[in-house]
Design a protein around this ligand. Structure first.
Ligand code: SAH
Length: 218
């Protein structure tokens, strides 16, 4: 990625965002660095660009939203990335979380059900010179079996239950982070596939995400 193309005008805003994330307990320096390197203002529509570095969700059109940076940071912490991982992301949306992941993992596969969002995200990632990401338009609720197993699967939309096909695409030691619930009540779930093949599921937080559509969705 060519960091020279990052708009310096927003540097101070990005700093403020990063200090806010730190104040709220995000300590992983690699994650904070990714927030510094990836220009969030390039992933939001013009009309809301002035709010790019506020810790708020913003509308993307098509009834979808780019999540709050704080939510992205939490998901990244839960993913516990070292840089070597094969990652699947469900719900590319703007592509912002995809870009953050590209800085923290070896390869990212990302699926988005809304064709226009998928196209726009792919263009942005290419314009930024990000090369370790593969995107696809379509239903990702049952994963992307061709590139499994994954060390990490992150889902940015809330499912009715933990989709079994996603669990089956985890490798040993892998983790799946997914919001589960409906519009009124959601919890953020992390599922581990332990090295001995057993599963451990924990509820990490409450959550508020758009619904997961498709075969394993609502
Ligand atoms: N993290 C994203 C925001 C995700 S919003 C960002 O940074 O912008 C959740 C996204 O999941 C939406 O764009 C929605 O269209 C998409 N989505 C919902 N159901 C899906 C499915 N079954 N497969 C792939 N994407 C899906």
């Amino acid at each position: 990625m060519d960091a020279g193309r990052v708009d310096p005008a927003y540097r101070r805003d990005r700093r403020r965002l990063i200090e806010g994330l730190q104040a709220r307990g995000i300590e992983d320096l690699a994650i904070l660095h990714a927030f510094d390197v990836i220009p969030r203002h390039m992933f939001v529509p013009d009309a809301v660009r002035h709010r790019s570095y506020d810790d708020v969700a913003l509308p993307l059109g098509h009834g979808q939203t780019i999540s709050r940076p704080g939510a992205h940071a939490l998901h990244l912490e839960l993913a516990d990335l070292s840089g070597k991982e094969n990652v699947l992301e469900i719900g590319t949306g703007s592509g912002y979380q995809t870009a953050l992941l590209s800085q923290l993992a070896a390869h990212v596969y990302s699926v988005e059900t809304v064709q226009q969002l998928a196209d726009l995200a792919a263009d942005r990632l290419r314009d930024l010179g990000i090369e370790n990401v593969t995107t696809r338009a379509g239903d990702g609720s049952a994963g992307w079996p061709e590139h499994a197993p994954y060390d990490v699967i992150l889902c940015g939309a809330a499912a009715p239950r933990v989709p079994q096909p996603l669990v089956e695409q985890l490798g040993p030691g892998g983790r799946l982070v997914i919001p589960v619930g409906d519009n009124s009540r959601q919890r953020l779930v992390r599922v581990f596939l332990l090295a001995d093949g057993t599963l451990r599921e924990e509820t990490v937080d409450s959550a508020r995400f758009v619904p997961l559509k498709g075969e394993e969705g609502w």
